[in-house]
Design a protein around this ligand. Structure first.
Ligand code: HEM
Ligand SMILES: Nc1nc2c(c(=O)[nH]1)N[C@H]1C(S)=C(S)[C@@H](COP(=O)(O)O)O[C@H]1N2
Ligand SMILES: [Mo]
Length: 417
C-alpha cells in the first residue's frame, strides 16, 4: 500500500513538473554545451596541472607567450559558464528525478548512481573552483589543487558513463527535426515520461517507462525559446562581467572578476605582498645578491651587477592560475646569460629560490625550453620603473607561457639541476 501510494505521489509530482522546456531535446541541447564547457575545463585544467607538476619527459611550448593566459582564461570562463548551464540542465531533467520505481534493475541502478555521482562531484568542483578564484581558500578545509584535480577525473569519468548510457537519447534528439517529426496528438506539447503496462509475447506482465513525444504547439515553442533566451542571457551576463579579468577586450565591463587590470604598484595587480610573504627586510637589504650555481661554479651578482649586464625588454603577461592576467613590460638580464656566466649550457634545467621561506611559492623549477628562451628574464624593472617590492624587488623571474605561480618573486638563487 505504502509503495503504491508513494508511486502515485511521485507520478503526480512528475506530471505537475512537466513543462515545455523540460524535454529530452532541451536536455540534449544544454547537455552538449555543458559537455563542451566541461571538456574545455578538463583539458585546460590538466594542462595547468602538468605545467606545475611536470612529468620528467614533458616539454612545454613557450609560444605564443600568452598561451597560459589563454588556456587558464578559457578554464575560468568555461568554468563560470558551467553554472548557468548546469542549472539549466538540472531544471530540464528535474522530473526524471522522481521516476518510479526509483530503481528498476541493476543497470538502471548503475545509471542513476553514476548520475548522482556526476551531479554531486560537478557541483563541488565548480563551487570550489569559483571560490578559489576569489581566494576564499579558508572556506574549505582541504588542499584545493589536489582535491580539484582528483575530482576532475570523477567528474569526467562519470560524465563519460552518463553519455554512454544516454547515447540512444542523445542520438535521437541530436537534430532539431527529430523532435517535431515524431509528434502525435497531445495537448501539453511537452515530451513526458509515461508508464505503459502490458504483456509480452511470453505472457510476462510488466511496465515500461518511456518519454512520449507530443507535437509542440505554438505557445510551447515560445516558452521553450524563452527558456533558452534566459539561459543564454544569464551566461552572457556572467561572462561579460567576469572574463575581463583574463581578456583585455572585456576589461571595462569587468564588474565581478576578482582582479582589475592596471590597479596596483607598477600598474599591475599584486598577488601576495612582501609583507604577507615576510620578505620586507631581506628584500631591501643593501647586501642582497643573486647566487647562480652550476655544478661547482658559483657566481654571485649584486643588483647593480645584474643591471650592468645586457638588458632586454619583453612583453609578457602575469597569468595567475586563479584566472586573472595582465600584460606587462619587463626589463632585465636573460636567465640564459646568467646561467652561461656560471658555465651552464643550453640544456640546463634550473631551480629558482625566493627569499620567501616556508611557502609553496618559495622554490620553482623550469625546464631547458624556458631557460634558453630569449624572453626568459630575471626582471629588475616593470612597466618602465624599478620593480615595486610587492612585485618582487630586487629581482624576479618572468618567462613566457608559464602560470603566474611559477614567476618567482624576491629571487635569491638560481641553480642548474
Ligand atoms: C568540470 C569542471 C572543471 C574541471 C574538470 C576542472 C579541472 C581542473 C583541473 C584538472 C585543474 C588542475 C588542478 C591541478 O593543478 O592539480 C584545475 C585547476 C583550476 N581550476 Fe578547474 N575545473 C573545473 C571547473 C572549474 C571552475 C568552475 C573554476 C572556477 C570558476 C575552476 C577553477 C580552477 C582554478 C582556479 C584552478 C587553478 C588551481 C591551481 O593550480 O592553484 N575550475 N581545474
Ligand atoms: N616568492 C613568491 N613568488 C610569487 C608569489 C608568491 O607568493 N611568492 N606569487 C606568485 C603568483 S600566484 C602570481 S600570480 C605572481 C603574481 O605576480 P605579481 O604579484 O607581481 O602580480 O607571482 C608569483 N610569484
Ligand atoms: Mo597566481
Amino acid at each position: 500500500m505504502v509503495k503504491w501510494g508513494m508511486q502515485r505521489l511521485l507520478g503526480e509530482f512528475r506530471r505537475a513538473l512537466a513543462a515545455p522546456s523540460r524535454t529530452p531535446r532541451t536536455a540534449v541541447v544544454i547537455g552538449r554545451l555543458l559537455a563542451i564547457a566541461f571538456l574545455l575545463c578538463f583539458g585546460t585544467g590538466v594542462y595547468s596541472h602538468y605545467l606545475q607538476d611536470p612529468l620528467p619527459w614533458m616539454v612545454f611550448p613557450t609560444r605564443p607567450a600568452g598561451l597560459y593566459q589563454l588556456s587558464q582564461g578559457i578554464h575560468i570562463t568555461a568554468g563560470v559558464l558551467c553554472f548557468p548551464l548546469i542549472l539549466a540542465k538540472l531544471y530540464a531533467v528535474f522530473p526524471a528525478l522522481f521516476q518510479t520505481p526509483p530503481v528498476r534493475s541493476f543497470p538502471h541502478f548503475l545509471e542513476r548512481a553514476s548520475i548522482a555521482l556526476f551531479v554531486a562531484s560537478s557541483l563541488v568542483q565548480i563551487t570550489i573552483g569559483l571560490l578559489n578564484t576569489y581566494q576564499w581558500y579558508a572556506l574549505f578545509p582541504f588542499p584545493f589543487r589536489q582535491t580539484h584535480y582528483a575530482l576532475s577525473f570523477v567528474v569526467i569519468g562519470s560524465l563519460a558513463i552518463h553519455i554512454a548510457v544516454k547515447l540512444p537519447v542523445v542520438a535521437r534528439y541530436w537534430r532539431k527535426e527529430a523532435e517535431v517529426s515524431t509528434g502525435s496528438t497531445g495537448s501539453t506539447g511537452s515530451i513526458e515520461p509515461v508508464e505503459i503496462s502490458g504483456t509480452n509475447a511470453r505472457g510476462v506482465t510488466g511496465r515500461i517507462f518511456a518519454w512520449i513525444d507530443r507535437t509542440p504547439a505554438a505557445p510551447t515553442r515560445a516558452s521553450r525559446r524563452a527558456f533558452f533566451v534566459t539561459v543564454a542571457a544569464a551566461s552572457a551576463v556572467l561572462v561579460t562581467t567576469t572574463a575581463g579579468q583574463s581578456f583585455r577586450v572585456l576589461d571595462t565591463v569587468n564588474i565581478f572578476g576578482p582582479r582589475k587590470n592596471g590597479i596596483g604598484p607598477n600598474d599591475l595587480p599584486v598577488n601576495r605582498t612582501a609583507a604577507a610573504a615576510k620578505v620586507t627586510e631581506t628584500a631591501i637589504a643593501p647586501d642582497w645578491t643573486l647566487t647562480v650555481t652550476s655544478g661547482d661554479t658559483v657566481r654571485v651578482f649584486s643588483r647593480s651587477a645584474l643591471a650592468a649586464m645586457p638588458q632586454h625588454t619583453v612583453e609578457l603577461p602575469i597569468a595567475c592560475v586563479e584566472g586573472w592576467s595582465q600584460m606587462a613590460t619587463w626589463k632585465g638580464p636573460r636567465v640564459r646569460d646568467l646561467i652561461e656566466a656560471a658555465g651552464g649550457g643550453a640544456t640546463a634545467s634550473i631551480r629558482a629560490r625566493s627569499l620567501e621561506q616556508n611557502s609553496s611559492y618559495a622554490v620553482t623549477e623550469m625546464g631547458p625550453e624556458y631557460v634558453r628562451d630569449d624572453l626568459t628574464l630575471v626582471a629588475l624593472e616593470l612597466n618602465g620603473a624599478p620593480l615595486d617590492i610587492d612585485h618582487g624587488y630586487p629581482a624576479r623571474l618572468i618567462a613566457p607561457g608559464r602560470p603566474g605561480v611559477l614567476q618567482t618573486k624576491w629571487l635569491s638563487s638560481l641553480e642548474v639541476i
